[in-house]
Design a protein around this ligand. Structure first.
Ligand code: CTP
Length: 328
């Protein structure tokens, strides 16, 4: 079936709504099962039918998936289930050898397995799902972050849970107890950081550009400019945010826990020749602040403002979730 010396092409599909490091880790593992990874991003309409409305529309989900460094090609508007017809297209037109999905069950509304045909054809492979993160969990953390002390809180939460639980067994927990969603269940390990990094230092003649930010809920606005600073308490913890940024193909190195103010020492240590910041940011009034965090690079003439092409901040995503709920 497979011609010798032809690269092994693998296909992974998904919704990739509010893209997180669990999705990135799935793409990383999928890519390791072949030479080229083709990703199918499920259409908004198919997600609405199978899971309920996505928070991030297809164009934003496309930007996110395209930005992941293990992705070689992206197919927009992919179907949610692998139909006979689509599978044939994957094999004949896209030269796909294997179809890959996480080891969590993926059931269609009628109770059947979305990958049954691929399994039957002997062209299915599995990767390990990353525990401790999901879009349901992120919505839970967000709600705790913007929590309104309304009488309807319980109702509010349970209806949002239904909307975003996406058929997974993970329960939407109240943050009052220690096991609540407020607490991230992610356990950072040095090996995971190594898996996500490119392991290469810069070439001696490299021009090093530095961009800082909280990168909370790493989203399409971040990818487009690679910058923002959060005003609220972060929803994703430092390690989670670091992994999401590290999975981005435009990023070479991440300083984990960068200082708010950029010091001369830092510029020297990392050999930084340019510091950039986007026009759209959670905190875009930094010039008016008592102490401008970019004072040092500005005084050295190595600071540049980049035009943010997308008007999205972490607050936009939180607002979408809250107002989406109100539309129900
Ligand atoms: N995936 C994973 N680990 C996670 C979440 C997703 O490995 N924590 C994998 C899924 O198994 C799938 C791919 O990422 O192969 C794309 O998943 P997607 O369709 O976006 O969704 P969900 O599994 O519903 O992810 P979430 O629960 O976060 O919505």
């Amino acid at each position: 079936r497979r011609k010798k010396n032809r690269p092994v092409r693998v296909y992974m599909d998904g919704c990739f709504d509010m893209m997180h490091y669990g999705h990135c880790n799935a793409l990383r593992q999928a890519r390791a099962l072949g030479d080229q990874l083709v990703v199918g991003v499920v259409s908004d309409a198919e997600i609405i039918v199978n899971k309920g409305p996505p928070v991030t529309p297809l164009n934003e989900r496309m930007i996110m998936v395209n930005a992941v460094k293990w992705v070689d090609e992206v197919i927009p508007d992919a179907p949610y289930a692998i139909t006979e017809e689509f599978m044939k297209k994957l094999f004949d037109e896209y030269n796909i050898d294997y179809i890959i999905h996480g080891d969590d069950p993926c059931v269609l509304p009628d109770g059947t397995d979305a990958y049954a045909l691929a399994k039957k054809a002997g062209r299915y492979k599995q990767i390990k799902r990353t525990e401790g993160v999901s879009s349901t969990d992120i919505v839970g953390r967000m709600l705790l972050c913007v929590r309104e002390r309304s009488v309807n809180e319980k109702q509010h939460h349970s209806s949002l849970q239904r909307q975003f639980s996406h058929g997974h067994s993970q329960k939407f927990e109240d943050g009052g107890s220690g096991s609540g969603t407020r607490v991230s269940h992610f356990l950072p390990t040095s090996r995971r950081i190594v898996q996500f990094s490119n392991g290469k230092g810069p070439q001696s003649d490299a021009r090093i550009v530095y961009i800082d930010g909280a990168f909370d809920l790493f989203h399409a606005g971040h990818v487009e400019v690679i910058a923002t600073r959060g005003a609220h308490r972060p929803i994703m913890n430092l390690h989670e945010r670091s992994l999401s940024v590290l999975a981005c193909r435009y990023v070479d190195e991440v300083i984990i826990g960068s200082p708010w103010e950029i010091s001369k020492d830092m510029l020297t240590t990392f050999n930084i020749s340019l510091v950039v910041h986007g026009t759209i940011a959670e905190n875009s009034n930094f010039e008016k602040e008592e102490c401008n965090p970019y004072e040092v690079p500005i005084s050295l003439g190595i600071f540049k403002v980049l035009d943010s092409s997308l008007d999205i901040t972490t607050s936009t995503i939180i607002r979408r979730i809250v107002s989406n709920h109100e539309a129900y």
